[in-house]
Design a binder for this molecule. Sequence first.
Ligand SMILES: [Zn+2]
Length: 283
Amino acid sequence: MTGPLPVTLPPMRGELLSSWISRHADFYGVTPLTMLRHGLPEATSLGAIDLSLTKAQADRIAGMFGVSPKFVRSLSFADAPKAARRFIAKSPVQHCAHCIDTDIGSPPILRSELQGWRITCPHCGELFQDKTTSDGDRTLAPYRVAARRGETLLHNHTERGVETWLPPLEIARLLLMRRIPWPPPRDCDFWRYRLLGAIVPDFDDLLTKESASAFSPKHPILPLHIRPALLAGVAIIDHAGPPMLKMLQGHMMGDNKTRFVMATDHLVTPAIEWGPPQQMQLI
Ligand SMILES: [Zn+2]
């Protein structure tokens, strides 16, 4: 193991580990991978360490920069639940206009810019921005408060390990499963009917305006302007509890329904004894 670098740069608030290493590479005039290999000779990719940093790797990177392994881990997603990985983009999908530092030639990449479930900056609370239009903002205005609550649930779960009756990441993925609308739609565009539309009815219409239709439990990162719908759905289900899962089962058919029941039945079955579903609340 090599000793600490002669000069280390302070990380920006919320900076991603690979971004911090890349800025050192700029400083020392080497490629980012060469910089990483200074501490981890066997490394083959810089991006991979953000997601799959091992304890041994954190120890060695910490030695290289003269910081604690715990601090190195906090710059990565190593401590996030496995289910959070699908919600982490490969490159920034949003930014905070308030926190961006325009004085720096190549601005650092922040962890929050890759977290595909966020709508606000965790450092200042401003709404994130991206390249898409903001049609959804007005449509989803009634859900704004619920969306913020959903974002907080996801933050507490992925960043602080807080446990709830059903992990919010799991709720988000369940809500992106297909549902069968009734009566059947005239246009037969069945792809756009997701369980989320049974909770946030405006979501079906918002999806018709999207050119991409690839959102699913496997690809759960929604464009920023329609993301509040998903966050609100998470908050509503978290608040209503298992009876609402039972209600959602009624919107599904076939294999899809079987998968949903298998994922949720252990939560739903005891709920039957608890009485009827609570009134849906849009606080
Ligand atoms: Zn900010």
